[in-house]
Ligand binder design. Sequence first.
Ligand SMILES: CCCCCCCCCCCCCCCC(=O)SCCNC(=O)CCNC(=O)[C@H](O)C(C)(C)COP(=O)(O)OP(=O)(O)OC[C@H]1O[C@@H](n2cnc3c(N)ncnc32)[C@H](O)[C@@H]1OP(=O)(O)O
Length: 206
Amino acid sequence: RLFSSEKLTQRDHSLPNPSWSKDLRLLFDQFMKKCEDSSWKRLPSYKCESSQRVQDFKTHFLDPKFMNEQTVHGQLFTRSFEDGLGFEYAMFCNDAEKRIVCLFQGGPYLQGVPGFLHGGAIATIIDATTGMTALLAGGIVMTANLNINFKRPIPLCSTVVLNSQLDKVEGRKFFVSCNIHSVDGKTLYSETTGLFIKLDPDKRLK
Ligand SMILES: CCCCCCCCCCCCCCCC(=O)SCCNC(=O)CCNC(=O)[C@H](O)C(C)(C)COP(=O)(O)OP(=O)(O)OC[C@H]1O[C@@H](n2cnc3c(N)ncnc32)[C@H](O)[C@@H]1OP(=O)(O)O
């Protein structure tokens, strides 16, 4: 089990694989170029975060009663599908602008209305992107509120661009907004505002 979970944590899923569309590869290459002057940074992404962050989360914030076999072997939902079938994405962050761009291709197992992405799948990639935006600014955060306006249906297997921005910080409250556009920028698929709360170590999650 240890061996397989070690294997799971090694693969960086935010790198191209054969299931990626031409659009997704092109955008990825464009953003990799932007990383050359280090204004942008690609965020690696693993099935099981073995990072210090998770340890912090588990030891400081989680009541030991929540620690069980499942918690130890949990996998990140967005990285739990075979290549191409679920969430294919790569996130790039710009620290100066407190922004994350997520290049996303939703696979056939994320279908809602035939031919289009399920609203819950769209909410998931928005939560991951806005959550990461808050996390990079504030450390261990959790989503308190996510308001999504779905403007146009997102075609299944299409490539879209999420633009997430940290708008305001008030104490432990991190306000983030995010929109989803088509690759050519002409179609606005959704607009979101979210509130993330930095966890207070003295208030163990109950
Ligand atoms: C993170 C681990 C890393 C792991 C490795 C990384 C891997 C890559 C992951 C990428 C990133 C993914 C990030 C996903 C993030 C989720 O998806 S988390 C899952 C979904 N969210 C939840 O399950 C959270 C459930 N809710 C809670 O646990 C608690 O309500 C919270 C959010 C922790 C807040 O509780 P609390 O710390 O006791 O704070 P509380 O005193 O209630 O509120 C603090 C302030 O916020 C305000 N507030 C709280 N909730 C609301 C609300 N809904 N509306 C308005 N105001 C509110 C309060 O009014 C208060 O305001 P002030 O009075 O101070 O002005």
